[in-house]
Design a protein around this ligand. Structure first.
Ligand code: SF4
Length: 375
């Protein structure tokens, strides 16, 4: 059996204004209790012995925990599972909360990819987002990460921020590229309910770039990264050749993964389930020996195919219909012939032999394409 592993560390120093991730500005005894509970969850996995091609520590802010604690969690996973010798092992890090010794210890513990949540290089934008770091701390932490031996480094940036102009975004992009990361994740800001940004927007107090400007920013990201030697392998992700994020590819290929920690999602043997979200309830349930499952669904035949297509079409390489037919033993090409013809007529989808992929225009409309395949 094979499964990628995701570990969710749900703590942050402060909640960012745009963030709807399962993260909490908490500290003190709950953190220790959470670490103990996480070890308990790992110890009782029914999938011990599974082969593991990728591991990802995300959050929240994984580097909220000290290096010893993080190394201890990774060691525990290595005892429970068969992590492949060349596995990609990623940790997300906040440039405002890392230390040089911490990064050295994490690299030594086996983490071999680091992903920094940079978001912007502009002081005012960072402040508006409630980020805890400064642009200088980004430069410093990248330098420390390189010195620690991280040769696979990602920077996350957000565009279409409040008040942001195309010029401002271009400057952020240039500063990111100048740091020469192997990978860039460039996301458009999403306004999510229950965030400070959302409430400000409702009150008319948040000025966001209009759709035309957002598209211009996206096109600029595509052009600048291409010119700098990156290739776009997913809607929001750009890599130097050979540095695609293997862990995210597992999600987009709809392959099995196991999530540990509050709110973590797992997908094994056609069943997807989500852990209870709040850290206190997560701890309580593990202490009481109760189930962690918040919700669970078993995906059947065509549901699995629809999801695999929807996720797979996020990748610029697209999806191989023949491989999908063999995987699910269903006539995928014939079943979706009409949907595909409609999408092709709109100029959103193209077919080449067994491969279908979204066109450059289609990538902008991925959410509508997804609906077409899920109906
Ligand atoms: S650091 Fe990341 S996870 Fe934490 S609040 Fe900010 S955006 Fe959310």
């Amino acid at each position: 059996m094979q499964a990628s592993l995701y570990v969710h560390i749900p703590f942050c120093h402060r909640k960012c204004g745009y963030c709807d991730f399962n993260s909490y500005a908490m500290a003190g005894a709950i953190v220790e209790a959470f670490v103990e509970a996480l070890h308990r969850e790992i110890a009782q996995t029914p999938y011990a012995g599974a082969r593991v091609p990728t591991v990802f520590f995300g959050g929240g802010t994984p580097t909220f925990l000290d290096e010893k604690t993080l190394a201890g969690i990774l060691e525990h996973l290595a005892r429970q599972f068969r992590i492949e010798p060349n596995a990609e092992i990623t940790i997300e890090a906040n440039p405002g909360s890392v230390r040089a010794e911490q990064l050295r210890a994490l690299r030594q513990a086996g983490f071999n990819r680091i992903s920094f949540g940079v978001q912007s290089f502009d002081e005012a934008e960072l402040k508006r987002m409630d980020r805890i770091h400064s642009p200088q701390e980004v430069y410093q932490s990248v330098e420390w990460a390189r010195a620690a031996g991280f040769e696979n480094l990602n920077l996350d940036l957000i565009f279409a921020l409040p008040e942001q102009t195309v010029e401002r975004w271009a400057s952020n992009l240039e500063q990111a590229i100048a740091l020469n990361p192997e990978h860039l994740s460039l996301y458009a800001l999403m306004l999510e309910p229950n965030t400070r940004f959302y409430h400000l927007y409702q009150k008319g107090l948040l000025r966001l770039p209009d759709e035309e400007v957002q598209v211009a920013m996206y096109r600029l990201a595509q052009a600048r990264t291409r010119a700098a030697g990156y290739y776009q392998y997913e809607i929001s992700n750009y890599a130097k050749p050979g540095y695609e994020c293997q862990h995210n590819l597992v999600y987009w290929r709809n392959e099995p993964y196991l999530g540990f920690g509050p709110g973590a999602v797992s997908y094994m043997e056609g069943v997807r389930w989500t852990n209870i979200k709040h850290p206190r309830e997560y701890v309580r349930r593990l202490q009481a020996g109760e189930s962690l499952v918040l919700e669970s669904e078993a995906l059947e035949g065509w549901e699995k195919v629809g999801e695999t297509l929807m996720l797979g079409l996020r990748m610029t390489a697209g999806v191989n219909l023949a491989a999908l037919e063999a995987r699910f033993n269903l006539p995928v090409g014939a079943h979706y012939a009409e949907v595909m013809a409609q999408l092709q007529a709109r100029g959103w989808l193209e077919q080449e032999g067994d491969w279908i992929r979204l066109t450059d225009e289609g990538l902008l409309w991925h959410s509508e394409v997804a609906l077409a395949f899920l109906e």
